[in-house]
Design a protein around this ligand. Sequence first.
Ligand code: ATP
Length: 429
Amino acid sequence: MGSIVLNSNEKIILHIGIDDTDSNEGMCTTYLTHIIIEQLKEHNIYPDDLPRLIRLNPFARYKTRGNGALSFRVTLNSRSQVELVENIVLENVEKYSMFEGVNTNPGVIFYEGEITDEMREYAVNAIYSIYTIGYAENFAKKIGARVHKFKKGRGIIGAIASISIDLSDETFECLAYRTPENIGTKRKLNQDSIYDMNEKTYPETFDNIDIEGNYTAIEPHTPCPVLYGIRGNTPEIVEQAHKMVESYEEIEGYCIFRTNQHTDMHIQEGVNISDMNINSCYKIQCKVTKNPHDIEGGHVFFEVSDDTGILECAAFEPTKTFRNIIRKLRVGDELILYGGLNENKTFNIEKFKLISLAPQYNILNPVCSCGKRMKSAGKNKGYKCPKCGNKTSSEDKIKELIPRDISEGFYEVPTEARRHLSKPIVRMK
Ligand code: ATP
């Protein structure tokens, strides 16, 4: 069939969304997107913009790692080009998806035209709440998108969100990929070059090094095709930084993604404790009502409240030295907490701002003029000095201010424990 060529003002804008193609055993939907884009270039079809890597609700139950969904947009001249693009996308999803993974349920969405307000709203709620596959499928039908489900097709939930989301704040990630024969082996990078890159580009790039653990954080620890990923504020800086990293193994290629990583897009503001829902993330102003205490497993728990309710909070074991900061909080301290409410209704803290420290006192017996601490002389009999025998008739104790080993300001979990969506303090303006 000959291709129908549209006139120049009848171009077709095609959005492509892909999700849930990988498993813990391998692959990465970013890599699949990169392969597809490279193949499209062979047909002289180029994305209108950088592909997007969109992180969705961190509490989504079936996520592999960071609940990322991928998308890109192309502008096409003919229906046959649309067919070509869709075929290339679907062939590659079929070829590369980890179908044997129990929780790998790929989904692909093709949508033509402009993104609407209801699509933007769907996307924000895919970060704030939990959707079912059925809800996503009905939504896709309603907006006239073409849906392709593989196995259960859960990926359509994220695929729709990825094409639809509006990025008011954004960051960029440059992902470098390994050649097939190296996938699964130890990554071979010149570690010094990563420290050097960090020195030259931080804070425009970030999360390169886990300062606390003194190791490089750009390499994943899974058998996926990613050699490393560099995150930063502009496409230019992440590309420059990528070129500074020395690899001892061949790099198959690299791709820069526009992302909502490190923007705090998951954090809902203006919500009281009593209105919080499980599996959602919030910023709340509160006061400490129970001092921190350690529980089995190395987790640190404490309690806060606002005018509407009480909330149990936790710094879990993987947050490492962040727990030492949490241990210093005391009843009455005023905080702004950022984090998420898990299914046990525990608020998992990502970062916090200590607004004010409540003075803490030791309540003690008075000191005698001889310098010795006095002892009680018996009920309603005041105090007596055990050294010189001096007596006081007053029952009053004295308050001694306890120096605090923490000051007002922002505190966050270390790089390795940070959620992809969490805005690092270095990006807080
Ligand atoms: P990686 O980070 O390696 O790309 P992942 O953590 O993104 O992996 P996926 O394999 O994409 O994990 O699986 C996440 C699944 O959760 C997808 O099927 C996606 O559609 C779905 N999902 C995303 N957001 C939601 C949500 N708000 N509610 C329910 N399911 C969701």
